[in-house]
Ligand binder design. Structure first.
Ligand SMILES: *Cc1c(COP(=O)(O)O)cnc(C)c1O
Length: 376
């Protein structure tokens, strides 16, 4: 929470729930990554927060962009990024979207199977591809499952296939899981990547790049290690597994770049109980899972919540959103301690919400507007 955000909310008094993003924090985060990993190119994961002001700032600072769709590619271009600063990092692409990206000059594509390699070979002949490998996501609060990537031994064949079809077999990527609290999480994946480099070198194919993905955390309720700790652990793992032949590296921070730059202002709509003797109150906000807080799914991400009554005694609450969908409950399995004096109409500030909020908010489900956003 920055003074700039507090002043903005006090002076502008925006109506309804909204996200306020402080660009100064985004700048600090970018510079922290650039400083800690000076030999690594930064590809901001656009999906975390594609606000034009955020993209323009990052473009001006020299960032590159990891995009998941043609629409995101166009947002990055509008923000000032040229094609060589953009990757198409989604492993699941329509062939016509690959062609559209290639027509815009994009020359770096993610793949994780031979069928996707074949699409890229047809729609973007000669382009560079990197193969994503599976990661178990252990230690991450928002693991990315088995949806993306293939087993490392399969990656060898995928990259060989790319080479055979005239593509540039460029490297290996992985994602250690989002909100990764373990700075050593990159080690096992880098060991696998080094193995792939070696097997392909034996077949005469020289890979050049390791894409270290995202996963860098932002601070929610618990303290997290700083960027320098991650950089040091990654540097150590690169040396351990690649010796003195360290490849080109890139990172794709999303949450770590914008998470702590944003605060959502919301309002208490109702405080009630299901029975007079219940100890747990239900607190309903004017924002919920469909208004931008989708990452509370399975109670994965637990946001810090500030109220003007924080000095008062607290008691456990079930926290829920305003829509008529029973899934719209934020925290119930582990209730959330909120001040007993919190009441209808009170404002609450939800911190650490700069990433993965606006883009997840539904368009007028139940007639609620999508989450408003102010970038200051
Ligand atoms: C979402 C995503 C990221 C960003 O991950 P964070 O954990 O938010 O840093 C990076 N790379 C890829 C391929 C992604 O899909």
């Amino acid at each position: 929470m920055t003074a700039k955000i507090i002043d903005f909310l006090r002076e502008r008094r925006p109506e309804g729930p909204c996200l306020v993003v402080d660009l100064d924090v985004v700048r600090e985060n970018y510079l922290a990554f650039a400083h800690a990993l000076p030999d690594t190119r930064i590809f901001y994961a656009v999906k975390a927060n594609p606000a034009p002001e955020v993209l323009a700032l990052l473009a001006s600072l020299g960032s590159n962009f990891d995009c998941a769709s043609v629409a995101e590619i166009d947002m990055a271009r509008t923000a000032g990024a040229t094609a060589e600063r953009i990757s198409f990092g989604n492993t699941i692409k329509k062939e016509r979207d690959i062609a559209a990206a290639f027509a815009r000059g994009i020359n770096l594509f993610a793949v994780d199977c031979e069928a996707e390699v074949e699409k890229v070979a047809r729609a973007a002949p000669g382009a560079r591809v990197f193969c994503r490998i599976l990661c178990d996501g252990a230690g991450a609060e928002w693991p990315l499952s088995r949806k993306f990537g293939c087993e490392p031994d399969m990656a060898v064949g995928v990259l060989e296939h790319a080479h055979r079809l005239g593509l540039a077999a460029y490297g290996v990527s992985f994602h250690v899981g989002s909100q990764q609290g373990n700075v050593e999480a990159w080690d096992a994946a880098l060991a696998s990547a080094a193995g792939i480099f070696e097997l392909l070198a034996e077949r005469g194919i020289q890979l050049q790049m390791v894409n270290l993905g995202g996963g860098f955390p932002t601070r929610y309720l618990k303290e997290v290690p700083g960027v320098p700790s991650y950089a040091q652990a990654i540097d150590g793992a690169l040396k351990r597994h690649f010796g003195n032949r360290i490849p080109e590296t890139i990172i794709e921070p999303g949450r770590g770049m914008v998470g702590n730059a944003g605060v959502i202002k919301a309002e208490v709509v109702l405080v009630s109980k299901k029975h007079e003797s219940d100890s747990v109150r239900w607190v309903y906000l004017d924002i919920g899972k469909f208004g931008g807080l989708a990452e509370t799914m399975d109670e994965s991400i637990r946001y810090p919540i500030r109220t003007s009554h924080d000095a008062d005694e607290k008691a456990p609450c079930v926290l829920a959103g305003p829509t008529c969908d029973s899934a719209d409950v934020l925290y119930e399995k582990t209730p959330y301690d909120l001040p007993i004096s919190l009441s209808i109409g009170d404002e609450v500030l939800i911190e650490g919400t700069g990433a993965y909020t606006t883009t997840y908010s539904a368009v007028a489900f139940n007639g609620f507007e999508p989450l408003a956003s102010y970038v200051i």
